[in-house]
Design a protein around this ligand. Sequence first.
Ligand SMILES: NC(=O)C1=CN([C@@H]2O[C@H](COP(=O)(O)OP(=O)(O)OC[C@H]3O[C@@H](n4cnc5c(N)ncnc54)[C@H](O)[C@@H]3O)[C@@H](O)[C@H]2O)C=CC1
Ligand SMILES: O=C(CO)COP(=O)(O)O
Length: 369
Amino acid sequence: MHIYFRINRVIRSIYDVTVVGSGNWGSVAAKLIASNTLKLSSFHDEVRMWVFEETLPSGEKLTEVINKTNENVKYLPGIKLGKNVVADPDLENAVRDATMLVFVTPHQFMEGICKRLVGKIRSDAEAISLIKGMEVKRDGPRMISSLISEHLGINCCVLMGANIANEIALEQFSEATVGYRKNKEIADKWVKLFHTSYFMVSCVQDVEGVELCGTLKNVMKALSKLLFPSVKDTTFFESCGVADLITTCCKYNQCIYVLNGTNYSPIITNKQACRSLVGGRNRRCAEAFAKNGGKRSFDELETEMLQGQKLQGVSTAKEVHEVLSHRGWLEQFPLFSTVHEICCGRLPPNAIVVYSEQTPDQSRGGSRI
Ligand SMILES: NC(=O)C1=CN([C@@H]2O[C@H](COP(=O)(O)OP(=O)(O)OC[C@H]3O[C@@H](n4cnc5c(N)ncnc54)[C@H](O)[C@@H]3O)[C@@H](O)[C@H]2O)C=CC1
Ligand SMILES: O=C(CO)COP(=O)(O)O
């Protein structure tokens, strides 16, 4: 029976989708995809979702509860994922038949995951990364899409944009950009898999540009282009660019921004959403950090405020700092250096408005205070 289905799928080119990751965004991605696989004949209905298994305070396994209730009670409570989402705690089993692999875990776990997957996936599989972050190696930065491609020998697109998982879960309007390397047909397939009436997806031929926009929160076009000269200027005007920057920094995201002279003013479009949502996790934790004058560390705030969800901003600031330091570029990018120094408690939060035009060494000297 299994062989019949497998042959049938190959003959009719029906794609099998597995989502590797089941946090806040991972669970919402599975929900989005599952609503589409039911409608589109080119995809197998079932969407497998790999769950990093954990035991809940009730003593039950998270995977069992997801499969029983159709909800990720820890990372996305109150939202039904769709009955065709199947949670699987066995990584190898989850990816075995997949022809489309969606990677969406915190970036610090990806190297370990990739190593476990070597030789365990189909050679014709295509991948996409929804992950923000980079790895730093001695010879420089490595984006997560490259990590996936290099370890697994498969093509990897990326998807980043103006989106906050909790808002997409409530089917509030959001958007994203798919970045692809060469094959537009594959990018179109990813667009089809993610696009819904409330989640608008488009694609551009610029993997590094899209991924750096998501990772660096778009603020450093100059650094992106220094690292990868192929990055296109136009990518910064896609959803992964300026729109994601606004979304990431904004407390209330259900707003339309109107250009008023040279300023953008927000018009709140959904008051109900605004009462229940307070923007992204990095923004929320950064606000708490600043309000405490930097006295409570990001690690402490992450544990207390996010209950298992992970911040990517603090480790990305450290990774960017390592790259800048290794390449001798610290002086060119004082904003990034200052952000890192604040995150590690070596400068107070208000240093962001004082020191961002000078190097950390100058700023420790206090010349501009
Ligand atoms: N949440 C959001 O709104 C958005 C998130 N992203 C990005 O998506 C990526 C994934 O984030 P989320 O799904 O929100 O995750 P999350 O931060 O909500 O959840 C943490 C996840 O890590 C898993 N985990 C913990 N220890 C692990 C280990 N040792 N090995 C493997 N997994 C482990 C947990 O089981 C959980 O699934 C991040 O790079 C994030 O920046 C991108 C856009 C929006
Ligand atoms: O990436 C985001 C918006 O695109 C928001 O991420 P966080 O919730 O992790 O801050």
